[in-house]
Design a protein around this ligand. Structure first.
Ligand code: PMP
Length: 412
């Protein structure tokens, strides 16, 4: 049945079959040890080699320099909503140094809200008492709905005139999985930020749903994080790539706390994870193992450059069918350049031009007839969402496009 199924789920999602076959074997008997991978000690040299190899492959894929730590942790993208703000605030407090005022105003964090996941990150920051400044909310530039990346000229960034006042981070999500909004290529417009801001403010990216599908300039970021369950592996592991100089300090040092550094739960302190090579506590062993296999598999298939080409080809086919649909399929993302290559979101609309639940149900059924599953939009927005992550092949995408074209012929 697996061969006849085309899984376009938004995450957890499809993984390469060859990887899963190898992982199935490793789950039973890892490299002839007589023990399955998840039955080893996480402190064993055998498992340490698994972590080291996953890290080395990821470093090669993303060209991660040595002054960045690669951390494998848990808690999903959601936990990084808290961890990113707390660690960057702590770093900011540490930078302030002993000469600053006795009762410093807490640093701000700037957010670029382009979809549901950044909105959630802001909500979590506020819950934690973080002074979150929403520099821009894309809904205010698109009639109340997500579907654009507003230009930098519309962002109300905090002042970065001095190191003291500068915000602790600028946070964005490179690909909004629910809303299908992706920063237009070539990615985040770092060069358009005011020069003092770009120099002083650490840039933080949630790349949960498009990492490894196009190049990202790690050196221009302070922190990049992503949950695994789209392009990387099974859910359970979350990867954090962070510039080491931002996490070198002791977050519990009285001087840091006195400067407004937050108390951070132990397992969220990046320094703890880095100092212990991701083995501070028991890690999600199976997910790390499979992620390592996925990385190695991608290296064999042209690395990130290969994935970039395939993503363009696949999403190009699907958006092409949408463009040829005579208005039957309407993209939910109004700004063409911000249409995601990973999550293609659209409505099926009636001849009168309104989204039609009945037509959408028929489209989902037509997909199912050809083995295409998990194409319903997120429950919060409805419509259709076809996710074309790295493990989805061009051939599978062609079947989807076939279904779309046949549906257009029937309905228009
Ligand atoms: N960020 C993005 C972009 C996501 O797509 C998701 C989940 N789909 C999350 C964060 C939250 O991830 P998790 O469910 O792993 O906490």
């Amino acid at each position: 049945k697996r061969d006849a199924t085309i899984n376009l789920g938004a995450g957890p999602s499809s993984l390469p079959t060859a990887v899963l076959l190898e992982a199935a074997q490793g789950l039973l008997d890892f490299q002839g040890t007589g023990m399955g991978l998840t039955e080893l000690s996480h402190r064993s040299s055998t498992f340490k080699a698994v972590v080291d190899s996953a890290e080395a492959s990821l470093r090669a894929l993303l060209d991660i320099p040595d002054d960045y730590a690669v951390l494998f942790t848990q808690g999903g993208g959601t936990e990084q909503f808290s961890a990113s703000a707390l660690n960057m605030l702590s770093a900011h407090a540490s930078r302030r140094g002993p000469a600053a005022t006795a009762t410093p105003t807490p640093a701000k964090c700037d957010y670029i809200v382009t979809g549901s996941w950044t909105a959630k990150a802001v909500k979590e920051a506020k819950r934690l008492g973080v002074a979150a400044n929403v520099a821009v909310d894309a809904r205010e530039h698109n009639g109340g709905k997500f579907g654009v990346v507003p230009p930098v000229s519309a962002w109300k960034l905090s002042s970065a005139a001095s190191a003291e006042d500068a915000p602790a981070m600028l946070y964005y999500c490179d690909n909004e999985t629910v809303d299908g909004v992706e920063f237009p290529a070539p990615g985040f417009p770092i060069d358009e930020l005011p020069a003092d801001y770009a120099e002083r403010v650490p840039l933080v990216a949630d790349c949960s749903s498009n990492i490894l599908s196009r190049p990202i300039d790690v050196r221009r970021h302070a922190l990049i994080f992503f949950g695994a369950q789209k392009n990387v592996g099974p859910s359970g592991v979350t990867v954090v790539i962070v510039r080491r100089n931002l996490i070198a300090h002791d977050p519990d040092a009285p001087a840091v706390l006195a400067q407004g550094g937050p108390r951070i739960p132990t397992t969220l302190v990046y320094k703890n994870l880095a100092d212990n090579a991701s083995l501070y506590n028991t890690p999600p062993m199976f997910s790390i193992y499979v992620a390592g296999l996925v990385f190695a598999d991608l290296l064999k298939h042209g690395g990130v450059a290969g994935a970039t080409e395939r993503a363009a080809a696949k999403s190009g086919l699907v958006y092409g069918a949408i463009a040829d649909s005579q208005g039957l399929f309407v993209p939910t993302v109004t700004q063409a350049a911000a249409r995601s290559r990973m999550n293609v979101t659209f409505r099926v609309v009636s001849a009168e031009g309104t989204p039609d639940d009945g037509l959408e149900a028929r489209f989902v059924a037509a997909c199912a007839q050809r083995g295409i599953v998990q194409v319903k939009g997120h429950r919060s927005v409805g419509g259709i969402r076809c996710s074309l992550y790295n493990a989805v092949t061009l051939e599978q995408t062609a079947v989807l496009v076939d279904v779309m074209r046949a549906f257009i012929a029937d309905e228009r």
